[in-house]
Unconditional design. Sequence first.
Length: 475
Amino acid sequence: MSRQSDAAWSLRRIELYADGMEDADDGQLSIADRLLNLRNRRENWRQLLPRLYKYPLSTTLWNAYELVDGVFAQTQNWATVNSSKGIQFASLPSRFSPGTVIQYENVGFAFRDFAMDPTQDLVIYMQCDDLQNVHGTHVVLHIRTMSTNKAHPLGKPHSSTRHETLTMTSGVIEGAVIQIVDDVVGFMSWCREESKLFIWDWRRGKLLVSEQSLESLDDFSFLSPRAYVLSRPGRHAWFRVYSFSSESGPKLHATLYLPLTRADSTVALIGIHTGPFTTSGTPPPSIRPPRPFRTKSDARVHVVNIDFLHGPDPDDHRVQCLVIVHNRTFLSYIKESEEPVIVQWDQWGRENTYWIMGLTGSQWLRYVHGERLVRLHRPTTESSERISEIQIYDFGAMRGPNKFMTKEERTERLFLSTQELLIDSVFPEPIHFSLPCRIIRRQEARPSLGFMVGDDLLIGVKRSTFSTNLDVYVL
């Protein structure tokens, strides 16, 4: 390697690290071209000047959808009101390829939900019987490839279809989520006053976590392939950080409390959402063409959706907030040699959170990817039906110049100092927070119901879930 190319290689590594990125699976580009693409990508995100593609959906209704690694998947062909038989995987347009589509009219069974990881050519379908069965619900997880709809070759050969089975014994399931991280899949369900959490090693067919009588919880989110966080509502709302291993069950490391509310207020809901996890693997070309870099798994934030209720009639007095916590904050409490710790808000929250009044502006998930959060804002003007405002909150905030900028229909601000939020009806004292954040706003004259975000794209959802197309903005 020449001195010049060695310098370019070192510079590219530094800039990848600064952007929370790492090399991916496209070995065709030179180091200089990779560096140029990285810089163009960074500037495109800061200027919010994407190229627009229209993506026509092949169906107008679906039970479930997912966006992972530039692949948008949607269910098709309803089997019942709550289940489907078919699925479509669409590699969305990017700066490197026009996109591809794989479609299965019938995967062989009716399923209610699914999770996927294109970097492992992996899709896991959740098949279950009547969720309203008071005697228990039988859940089957089918482990398949996205590219062929066959049993995944790395899955434990449990049977001819290679699936994991689980019987829920506490009756009616009110809700459930499924998440994949590397070699594990997590399944959490809510059954009236209790929650259940199961985590499998899908490659070895081994159950690693089985928590079947958890106190009333709202949500869980993976932090890594061997760690997760749980959330519980109430006046003394908290997060709990756990690790686990193939040899032992979950280990509690820390309980992190949110600010204590007023006596007549409480946290009614505390949900957690983060971007999808992927591996360093290379998807089959039929799933997604190669690309030069990707977001690092640990360069991520968790977006906490909180509903506060207050007053004599709480149903009429609701305050909603987003609280952003970086993944590294939760992971910092995982220390094998120490006993579990209890951490009050003033010991951790001020330095490690960012608060936003209101929610994301839509009911669509995948509004966070890596260290970026996308929100929809509709200006309250006569022309608001013809305008959407895209808001990007970037928590890798040291990227780019540290100054306020306004240009045409775009504004940019960087926040590095402590901020204050007053919610007198909920908290007796102001909330102070100082997680660095850059906010970029841009008006878009194509109204959208909401936005999703990926490595190098934004997706504008048109009208409602009955929409026939998506606007794909490539950066």
